[in-house]
Design a protein around this ligand. Structure first.
Ligand SMILES: [Zn+2]
Ligand SMILES: [Zn+2]
Length: 879
């Protein structure tokens, strides 16, 4: 059953062949099983244009740990993978390629262009999938979904039609966020606010009746071309007499009304503001209340349009400059002040967003948000960590209607047809061939597509056969269990999945949202292309193995917090893999048994009981930590158990027995070594799936593969509290002795008599063989009190023992004194040399700072060494 492990662990080779084995055996594929409970995760779909980055590596590692853990616990654990069509990102990619050939999408036309995008998707869309496999992702690839595939398209269509029929989708003129560079509308979540320095321009608008003027304050003078009013606060005594009058809009020479509205802040600028309903969301609202005209003066590219008179054709920034110049020349500019304000920018291209009035499709958010807030308040869905609940609720309570139309071609085209004859809009599941009101064939389809997030909002159920609610997969796996994602997309995505799930399926789509932070570089900076500080996860896998990268991502990971990525940690985790490999090899080489079974409990020795009891506690705690999503805590416990308890201690504690004559004790040690090895490989598997499977396959085992082996369970009969504590006492004493000896520079070859003074004589008498093997004791004397002459001995103290070693046995006094004298002399010479160098003005002033600093450090080091030598000399002289 068992095979030999090669001398050196080669992650590259092992990872590839193990992954292939899992795939071939179909372990990732999950079917409904009435005997099992389902556990479902849907993978946040990466963009089809995407390349695996550290964020994905983090996301994927966390999900894979959870799925593997639940699979081993006997759940029907399903992890649904997929990719997002990523409307704008993909369209831009393909347009860029076309541009190289000198072609635009308009040259091709919609249909041909979309063919190109699909070609591109077929060619490159699989790249990220292959990369995810390298990480060891155990998703059900048979269920790989795409937001534009048939089921998803059907779900999108159904949701649009349903919401439209419920009056929750409407087409309206609203101020929307518009990116003049990408020439598309953006949702609120796609706008990033940045503090930018700007100005307040105070501009004089003359009153029409000639009785004076009114000074308005604005941060965006170029939009004055579209002004259709001036507003003051009704409580502002300075201006009450002007309300109801009109003034003349400079440069345009147009009469506009002065209105009173609460929206105006008394202390902003002069307290009078201009109203531009077509280019400011607040002005738009004020305009509705006061019936102000709506005049759009900027076009889709951010240039002044035909309503801008002399300024037509100027870019928004050029127009600003020219308008300010003209105002100044004509005597309308009163003053300019510096002012820093929060400017909305496009999340893709970072250009300033332009609020523009436009006819777009919207989802009415208020009726959808309320039950979605309730689902989180009631605990149907909870955020881990809890503090993100507040972000979510805050966002949901302050939602504007969601602008869902995008002026793109790649995406789900809006299923609305306009009738040229009667003006009716037909919205339907099937492509319309005639107007549903007048049956005219003279209809045209809306050109726009839906926001990408409109389809990803349905992800947890559209990937499980919805809208076919009778489908057994939907009934068995939905609602899903845990959603793992970064805090940066709670607003974009998590919130939308929750309200969509609640609205369309009547259930929150998952009970837990596990939030993780960003992966930053070693200096704490965001990894970015422009800084060039990104680290490629694939390169790390290539160098250190996927297991090492996963361990790096999960160790020190605490939900919701950013983490720093240190390459050295990957190296450390590769060393951990090597340590496990070597320990397993050692155990296997010493096995004469071929079956993994525990010996009868009464045959166990104290060290066996200690390791079994420790394992038992580790199992209970790791299981609890995983259930609480404390993955970072869980993994560090597994790590400590394997490295310290098993490799560094238990293997050492049993060595003598493996080579001894006593056949029974040998067998018991072998059995426990193997049993514990098997158990910890199971605990390790979700975190380091590859190496754990490879070793497990090589040791005597029952069952096909570790990936589907049973998760270890706490066993009351393996709890040996007393023996565990006793063994710890002995180990503490061994540690103390080793430290003391190394302080005194005693070589391991110097054995000595060890006196143990303790109240727990039984415990320490049982420990005698360990002191002999691991604490260099030739002879061990356990006493209730201190030995005679103990003042002449080197000593150390632990919680339950005093340990004494006769100095004369540890060191050869004369020889040691001579050695110390020689070292002291050398140290003195060094000290003198450094001192004179550091007192040399020339050196200090000419040498680079780093060199001087290094000399100072060397000096300090040798001084400290000298002091230590003096102390050692003093100690020796006391003997
Ligand atoms: Zn943009
Ligand atoms: Zn019609």
């Amino acid at each position: 059953m068992s095979k030999e492990l090669p001398k050196v662990y080669d992650p590259k080779e092992v990872e590839q062949s193990i992954y292939q084995m899992w795939m071939d055996k179909g372990y990732f594929h999950t079917e409904r099983d009435p005997e099992k409970k389902p556990f479902t995760i849907v993978m946040p779909p990466p963009n089809v244009t995407g390349q695996l980055h550290m964020g994905h590596a983090m996301d994927t590692s966390l999900q894979d740990v959870l799925i593997r853990y639940k699979r081993m616990q006997g759940y029907a654990a399903l992890w649904v993978p997929g990719v997002d069509h990523a409307g704008i990102a993909t369209q831009i990619k393909v347009e860029e390629e076309l541009r190289k050939e000198g072609v635009t999408r308009y040259d091709l036309g919609r249909e041909k262009f979309l063919e190109k995008v699909w070609d591109w998707k077929r060619k490159f869309g699989n790249r990220i999938v292959e990369q995810q496999k390298k990480l060891g992702s155990s998703c059900d690839w048979d269920r790989h979904a795409f937001t534009m595939d048939e089921t998803c398209s059907k779900a999108v269509r159904k949701v649009f039609v349903d919401l439209y029929k419920k009056d929750l989708i409407y087409k309206g003129s609203r101020i929307i966020n518009w990116c003049p560079h990408c020439t598309t509308a953006l949702s609120d979540a796609e706008v990033e606010y940045v503090d930018k320095p700007g100005h307040i321009w105070n501009i004089r608008y003359p009153l029409t009746d000639g009785s004076g003027d009114i000074v308005i304050a604005t941060t965006r003078p170029e939009t004055m071309l579209g002004d259709t009013g001036v507003a003051v606060n009704p409580a502002d005594e300075r201006y009450q007499h002007l309300v109801g009058k009109t003034c003349i809009l400079p440069l345009v020479n147009k009469e506009i009304p002065i209105v009173a509205d609460d929206y105006v802040e008394l202390d902003f600028g002069t307290g009078c503001v201009k109203m531009t309903p077509a280019h400011d969301p607040n002005d738009f609202e004020v305009g509705l209340r006061h019936n102000l005209e709506v005049i759009r003066v900027l076009d889709d590219a951010g240039k002044v349009n035909e309503n801008g008179g002399a300024y037509q054709g100027l870019d928004r920034y050029e127009a600003r400059k020219k308008i300010v110049e003209d105002l100044e020349q004509q005597g309308y500019l009163v003053s300019v002040e510096d002012y820093s304000h929060n400017v909305g920018t496009c999340y893709r291209c970072h250009n300033d967003v332009e609020p523009i009035i436009s006819a777009q499709w919207f989802v009415k958010m208020k009726p959808l948000a309320e039950p979605a807030i309730a689902a989180v308040r009631s605990g149907e869905t909870r955020f881990v960590p809890e503090r993100f609940t507040k972000n979510y609720i805050n966002w949901m309570e302050n939602l504007h209607d969601w602008c869902i139309s995008r002026q793109l071609w790649w995406g789900h085209q809006i299923p609305a047809w306009y009738c040229a004859d009667c003006g009716h809009t037909t919205v339907s599941m099937e492509d319309a061939t005639e107007c549903e009101a007048c049956h005219s064939k003279n209809i045209t389809r809306d050109e726009d597509v839906l926001d990408t997030w409109f389809s990803s909002a349905l992800w947890p159920f559209e990937t499980l056969a919805w809208p076919d609610t009778e489908h057994p997969d939907y009934q068995y796996f939905y609602p899903t269990d845990v959603l793992v994602t970064g805090y940066d997309i709670i607003t974009f995505w998590v919130s939308r999945m929750i309200f969509s799930g609640v609205e369309h399926t009547g259930k929150a789509p998952f009970h837990t949202v596990l939030i993780h932070g960003l992966v930053r570089d070693n200096l704490g900076r965001k990894m970015s292309k422009s800084l060039g500080n990104g680290i490629d996860p694939l390169e790390m896998i290539d160098k250190y193995g996927s297991d090492a990268l996963r361990m790096n991502m999960i160790t020190n990971n605490s939900p919701g917090n950013d983490m720093r990525f240190y390459v050295e940690r990957c190296e450390a985790m590769r060393n951990f893999a090597n340590k496990i490999w070597n320990a397993s090899r050692y155990v296997m080489m010493n096995l004469t048994i071929d079956k993994n079974e525990l010996p009868p409990l009464e045959k166990l020795e104290i060290s066996d009981k200690w390791i079994l009891s420790k394992l038992n506690t580790t199992i209970a705690e790791v299981t609890e930590n995983l259930d609480k999503y404390e993955l970072g805590v869980a993994v560090s416990k597994v790590y400590d158990f394997i490295w310290d308890s098993y490799c560094d201690w238990y293997i050492e504690l049993t060595k003598a027995r493996l080579y001894a004559e006593n056949e029974e004790s040998k067998q018991v040690a072998q059995k426990v070594l193997l049993y514990v090895l098997d158990q910890f490989l199971r605990l390790l598997h979700p975190f380091m799936p590859f190496i754990s499977e490879e070793i497990w396959q090589a040791i005597p085992h029952e069952g096909e593969a570790l990936i589907i082996a049973k998760w270890p369970e706490y066993r009351e009969e393996l709890r040996f509290k007393e023996e565990e504590a006793a063994m710890e006492s002995i180990m503490n004493a061994i540690r103390a002795i080793r430290n003391r000896r190394s302080e005194m520079n005693v070589p391991p070859s110097k054995k000595c008599t060890l006196y143990v003074s303790t109240e727990k004589r039984d415990v320490f008498e049982a420990g005698i063989p360990f002191f002999q093997r691991l604490a260099y004791a030739e002879q061990v004397v356990v006493l209730a009190g201190d030995p005679a002459d103990h003042e002449q001995m080197a000593s150390c103290i632990t919680a339950d023992a005093k340990l004494y070693m006769p100095m004369s046995q540890l060191v050869d006094k004369e020889k040691e004194l001579a050695r110390i004298a020689k070292e002291k002399a050398k140290a003195q010479q060094d000290m003198a040399r450094y001192e004179s160098k550091l007192q040399n003005e020339k050196f200090i002033s000419r040498a680079p700072e780093a060199v001087v600093h290094a000399e100072r450090e060397k000096f300090a080091k040798v001084k400290a060494l000298y002091a230590q030598l003096c102390e050692a000399e003093e100690r020796l002289n006391k003997i």
